[in-house]
Write a protein that binds this ligand. Structure first.
Ligand code: DGJ
Length: 741
């Protein structure tokens, strides 16, 4: 891994063993882009990669060189108004009404390591030698502003991480209309765009569309990254599949409204840009102030979508997730939400916890309904003290009883919200996000607290910290159940109202930062009405995210498959819930529910006291199995084998393979049974071709190359034994594979 700057040709080459990223300072002093992709050898000059050409209809900045137009050269951080008609990365209104900017090269710095981003989550290094960073400073002397572009390349991970910082060095007011985290141009646009879109209970479905001339984008205006669009986008070559082909991934480390877009121009060149959504965003940068964008993790893989996912999984579990829980074995939890909803008291909870303990569960999580006067979702958010009627001994008393049983205790909060019917609202009605003179829309009967205000964040911190200091709590589920409307703050002047949504997210991050540093032993799981804020920004603080409120095993195949495009299994909250399922009323076997939930953090969310003795026995065995396999599942490589999106009524399959390739665990799932199925074979991926493997339940052994090239054949044995299992809908099978050595 290295970054080389060639003074003569004024080119930067960032590379590690697998990828290259090449930047050139143009003759007009703006920053040009030459290449991003599979590694190319370093050479004295990459000048020949610079493609300029004269067109009758393109403007050009130099009178004597009509071949050089910003409209068709590849750029690093394009600006508006100086011969480029594509989308700029930055757009600033100035005091004289101009929106033209012209950021020219000033200087650079190359250093080992990766700096922290002020107030924002970011991937990190533990040792400076893990990565090298290039900081390029550009300046627009006319408006007296500087732009700091950061590029970090890692030794271990095939990624270039980018962000931008804008500094107002002068005295005029700069109104930032947009400031993207990154922009990168590709010489061609022969790509398909892949994104993760959905809605509550159907989060992160895979969508693929052809990149065509014009702009294609995904975005959120909800004040949260959202269940509807994830802050991720990939460009893949036609024909790229799970295990082969080229793909570029772009993942924004941010939890608020975002924009990810690709623009294909008349030359069929593609421009990708990503960052805070410019829609409804405005930031006033006074003299001396600076604005830091969130960062984008750009990944390149020539090993297909799985290859891309492995880079994200490894990077995010090793260098985004932080704290003691990054490397610690995750507890198997039981959550009372679907067991009781709001209808519980201390004894009922302890009864559930008692049985849970007997079954082998390790952590009891008390969900919504424990505070204020909360008996339904219409009241008490903001009143973070125990409901005396339900919990006469408070959270402290309940936690003691749970801990006495030999379990850990976890608690649900929804810190960013406020109910109209709450003591907090009576006292501080002005602490709500709203616009003076306008109606305040509800969402799930609640308002959003104005987290752009420091005093609001401080107040919530104090209330939470009091409980966390008082009671033995080792886990927090941080929920967030509605999106923002009437975005405004009563504490900010008119000229800063466009800043509220971003300031809010900074407020959320600051509360997370305070709580995680003050209570480092607590495991945080973020949640947003299911998976409505499943993003890298929150993973920095909370190592786990609740994947979806939809716990139906069949639906979860798609949800977990899509989520795994970017996010590792160790962060994917996944529970076994009751049957029929509460979201879609489907009956599925207990075995399939567990076989799906194993490929995540694993836990239960049902009333264990309602299980039959037989079911309890099965649950005991499941928990025992997961205790044996969890470290392996959470640290291994995840391979998607058969997609539920391609084969709706047939098989879905995935597998975890240990890093040393000694062990694999395959999950095979059938949605709808079919009569008279023929032979079936499942080709595995990621094994060592030389190793001889034992497949549980089979007499013969197989070499890795057989399992990968021929596949695991379900022939006579499958028909006689396996088919019995697969003759029903919603069936599944785990296949345990171990090398002989
Ligand atoms: C939405 C979450 O996704 C659920 O798991 C549960 O915590 C409810 N909120 C509680 O209100």
């Amino acid at each position: 891994m290295s970054i080389i700057f060639n003074e003569k040709t004024r080119e930067f080459h960032l590379f590690n063993d697998n990828i290259s990223y090449i930047i050139k300072i143009f003759k007009n002093e703006q920053l040009g882009h030459l290449y991003f992709g599979k590694k190319v050898r370093h050479r004295e000059s990459f000048e020949h990669l610079l493609k300029t050409r004269q067109r009758a209809d393109t403007p050009y900045p130099f009178e004597d060189d009509p071949t050089f137009s910003l409209d068709n050269v590849l750029q690093e951080y394009p600006t508006y108004g100086t011969s480029d008609f594509r989308e700029p990365a930055v757009h600033i209104w100035q005091e004289d009404g101009s929106r033209i900017t012209n950021f020219k090269y000033k200087s650079y710095r190359i250093f080992n390591g990766k700096p922290k981003l002020k107030e924002l989550p970011a991937v990190y290094v533990e040792k400076a030698e893990e990565a090298v960073t290039l900081e390029i400073i550009l300046e627009d002397t006319y408006i007296n502003a500087e732009l700091y572009l950061l590029y970090t390349i890692f030794e271990e991970y095939d990624t270039v991480v980018r962000s931008a910082r804008l500094v107002n060095k002068g005295s005029q007011k700069l109104n930032i209309e947009s400031v993207m985290s990154m922009s990168v141009d590709f010489l061609d646009g022969e790509f398909e765009m892949l994104h993760l879109s959905g809605v509550w209970a159907r989060e992160r479905e895979l969508k693929v569309r052809r990149v065509e001339q014009g702009i294609q984008s995904v975005s959120s205006t909800r004040g949260a990254s959202s269940a509807v669009q994830n802050p991720f986008m990939a460009l893949k070559r036609y024909g790229t599949k799970e295990h082969n082909g080229e793909v570029y991934g772009f993942s924004l480390v941010y939890s608020g409204s975002f924009l990810a877009q690709v623009e294909m121009d008349y030359d069929r060149q593609a421009r990708v840009s990503m960052g805070i959504n410019p829609f409804d965003f405005k930031w006033l940068l006074q003299g001396g102030e600076e604005f830091q964008t969130p960062e984008v993790v750009m990944v390149y893989s020539d090993k297909g979508l799985n290859g891309m996912s492995h880079i994200y999984h490894d990077l995010y579990r090793n260098r985004l997730i932080r704290g003691v829980w990054r490397d610690k074995t995750r507890p198997i939890l039981i959550n009372n939400w679907e067991a009781t909803y709001f209808d519980f008291d201390e004894d009922k909870i302890v009864q559930i916890a008692k049985t849970s303990k007997e079954l082998g569960l390790e952590l009891f999580v008390l969900d919504d309904g424990w505070f204020g006067k909360r008996n339904n979702d219409k009241s008490s958010l903001g009143d973070w003290f125990a409901n005396g009627e339900k919990l006469p001994n408070g959270i402290k008393g309940l936690a003691e009883r749970i801990v006495e049983l030999g379990m850990q205790f976890g608690l649900w909060f929804e810190p960013e919200m406020i109910s109209k019917n709450s003591m907090l609202y009576e006292k501080h009605p002005d602490w709500v996000l709203c616009v003076k003179g306008r109606n305040k829309s509800f969402g799930r009967n609640q308002y959003v607290l104005d987290f752009s205000r420091k005093e609001v964040v401080n107040y919530i911190y104090e209330m939470m910290a009091k409980i966390l200091k008082d009671a033995q709590i080792t886990y927090i589920k941080w929920d967030m159940n509605r999106n923002m409307t009437e975005i405004g703050s009563l504490a900010l002047p008119a000229e800063r109202q466009g800043e509220v949504a971003h300031r809010y997210i900074l407020g959320v991050y600051s509360l997370y930062e305070r709580l995680t540093s003050e209570f480092p032993h607590i495991l945080f799981e973020s949640c947003a009405g299911g998976g409505g804020r499943f993003d890298p920004g929150l993973l920095y603080y909370a190592p786990q995210t609740w994947t979806s409120d939809n716990t139906d095993a069949v639906e979860r195949l798609k949800i977990q498959y899509g989520t795994s495009m970017v996010y590792p299994l160790s962060c994917m909250g996944s529970h076994v819930s009751a049957s029929p399922n509460h979201q879609i009323l489907r009956d599925t076997p207990l075995e399939t529910r567990a076989n799906t939930a194993y490929f995540g953090t694993f836990g239960y969310e049902l009333d264990v006291n309602k299980l039959s003795e037989e079911e309890k026995e099965e649950v005991r065995a499941q928990i025992k199995f997961f205790k044996e396999y969890r470290e392996f599942i959470h640290s291994g490589d995840f391979y998607r084998l058969l997609s539920p999106f391609d084969r709706e009524d047939e098989f879905t399959a995935w597998a975890v393979v240990s890093k040393d390739k000694q062990e694999a665990l395959v999950g095979l799932y059938q949605v709808l049974a079919k009569a008279n199925l023929g032979f079936f074979k499942l080709r595995l991926v990621g094994l060592n071709p030389e190793y001889e493997y034992i497949v549980e339940g089979r007499e013969e052994t197989y070499f890795g190359d057989e399992l990968m090239n021929i596949g695991l054949v379900f022939n006579k044995q499958y028909i006689e034994e396996g088919i019995k299992k697969f003759r029903k809908d919603f069936t599944s099978q785990l296949i345990k594979i171990k090398s002989k050595f």
